[in-house]
Design a protein around this ligand. Structure first.
Ligand SMILES: [Zn+2]
Length: 379
């Protein structure tokens, strides 16, 4: 046991304070507490020290500060759960960590809504939060949101540039420094579905890859359905910081699409990548599925070499060698070199092609990629 006062590991998750979100035509429960939208001045301000309030950002709410009970975050975006290792959108040591992959990736398609939902009679600070499903501006007042929608400039044209476009989905790259307000509001929204350890600060240092699609077959416009953030400059070679598929759009394979796209980016950059750690349970499942499938495709279909090594696989898939090893172990498709076993170095081993084939057949795994690279628009 240790008593580091900055260690918030044991801090209990506060109860949800925002009941439901109205996001365009969809209404759904939040999953986690967020003091980033509104906070009780009396309760929260006294807990904040200047050091702890690591960021003051503009996030314009549509609401006026109508009462004394809650403070509109129009000028402040403070996340009080900061710790020395955090301070970025998804940049916390636990951003992708704790629950972030709300993906519908093939093997991780279980919803990640926490099990410990509070009882229905909880007295929420905000019962319904109206969030624009084009720009993520928000209001506690339905009428104000309706008014905003009539003038929202992002209804017809989303910010950023298209980097992927298929029949059903598009991905747009949005620069956090250029479209600051959009990205900050996107982060605020995401926080409702991320556990309390996840902190968003300083969107400037990040790019956001927002996946857009039609809500229903009859919808006229594409709308944001999820995103991942990526540090513009990652010293740890992370190709993804934080990922979230919004609750109504899970189970559409969007988590898988986003993860795959993060590796397409790595390929264009010519650098192997890996998601920020630690991974949540669902993040681990989603990534393991992606790694195994991609590696199996390489070994069984694409590889022309007689001897397959961990390094060869990594070079071709842009998956870090450590992750390649994890996936091969998952498929029981590697025999570690004995001397390395002794040294506990796990980056060398004999790849067992037969075992990979067995893994594919037993799970009836489809090896085709989600992304057609002719639909990728990257330089
Ligand atoms: Zn809007």
């Amino acid at each position: 046991m240790h008593d580091d006062p900055l260690d918030d590991e044991e801090e209990e998750e506060p109860p949800r304070n925002i009941g439901r979100v109205v996001f365009g035509p969809r209404e759904f429960d939040t999953w986690y507490h967020s003091s980033a939208y509104y906070f009780s001045q009396k309760d929260e301000l006294k807990k904040l020290t200047w050091k702890r309030a690591m960021a003051l950002m503009e996030a314009k709410a549509l609401d006026k500060d109508k009462d004394n009970h809650t403070c509109d975050m129009s000028r402040l975006f403070i996340e009080r759960y900061s710790s020395p290792s955090v301070g970025t959108p998804g940049g916390t040591s636990s951003a992708l960590t704790s629950s972030t992959i709300s993906s519908s990736g093939s093997s991780a398609n279980a919803s990640v809504a926490p099990n410990d939902q509070p009882p229905a009679q909880v007295d929420f600070q905000v019962k319904q939060l109206f969030v624009c499903d084009s720009c993520f501006k928000y209001s506690k007042v339905s009428k104000d949101m309706a008014q905003h929608r009539s003038t929202c400039k992002y209804v017809f044209k989303h910010p950023g540039e298209t980097v992927y476009k298929s029949k059903d989905y598009a991905i747009r790259r949005v620069d956090g420094a250029v479209h600051k307000l959009y990205c900050q509001n996107l982060c605020l929204f995401a926080k409702l579905f991320l556990d309390h350890k996840s902190v968003f600060f300083g969107a400037d240092a990040f790019e956001f890859y927002v996946v857009l699609g039609k809500d229903t077959a009859s919808s006229r416009h594409f709308k944001p359905m999820g995103f991942f953030s990526k540090e513009k400059l990652s010293w740890d070679e992370n190709n993804l910081a934080c990922i979230l598929v919004f609750p109504p759009y899970q189970r559409r394979g969007l988590g898988k699409l986003l993860i795959e796209f993060s590796y397409v980016l790595s390929k264009y950059e010519g650098r192997k990548g890996s998601p920020e750690r630690p991974l949540s349970k669902f993040g681990t499942l989603s990534y393991m599925s992606y790694w195994c499938t991609t590696i199996a495709r390489f070994i069984l279909i694409e590889c022309t070499e007689d001897v397959i090594t961990i390094e060869t696989i990594s070079e071709h898939t842009y998956i870090q060698p450590e992750d390649v090893m994890r996936a091969l172990k998952e498929m029981h498709a590697v025999v570690l070199y004995s001397d390395e076993k002794a040294k506990k170095v796990q980056l060398g081993g004999r790849v067992l092609k037969k075992s990979v084939r067995r893994w594919v057949n037993s799970g009836n795994v489809k090896l085709s990629p989600v992304i057609d690279e002719s639909m990728v628009f990257l330089e």
